[in-house]
Write a protein of this length. Structure first.
Length: 125
């Protein structure tokens, strides 16, 4: 009986994979790697241009070719994504909170800064 149940579960799993395709494919055929690359580019665009004020005005980050003189040099402190997200949501020292950014933008910006500076990614991801 247990053997038949196991066989049934394996058969159902195989049928599901055949019917729905690989697990790592996102919507519209976008792979997880492509989604991460797009998120990185969005984060870089937010950092250099579209966040108000742009992060690059205050922070130095080699990957962004920014030389801000007010905030810390991100290449030196290598913040992790969770630390960046918290600073974006709440502000930190002279840095304002970025209340106009949505969750997806905060996530993209946090991942960009942490990855570009050599910090750790977000916990749980």
């Amino acid at each position: 009986m247990a053997r038949q149940r196991l066989f049934g579960l394996i058969f159902a799993l195989i049928c599901g994979l055949l019917a729905f395709g690989p697990v790592n494919a996102g919507t519209d055929g976008v792979t997880a790697k492509q989604a991460q690359e797009a998120e990185f580019e969005l984060g870089k665009r937010l950092f250099t241009k579209t966040a108000v004020p742009a992060c690059a005005l205050c922070h130095t980050l080699r990957d962004a070719a920014s030389e801000g003189a007010v905030g810390p040099v991100l290449d030196e402190i290598k913040p992790d994504a969770d630390r960046v997200s918290k600073a974006l949501r709440n502000g930190l020292g002279n840095m304002p909170a970025f209340k106009t950014l949505g969750e997806a933008e905060i996530k993209a910006l946090a991942r960009y800064v942490s990855q570009a500076s050599g910090g750790a990614g977000p916990s749980g991801n």
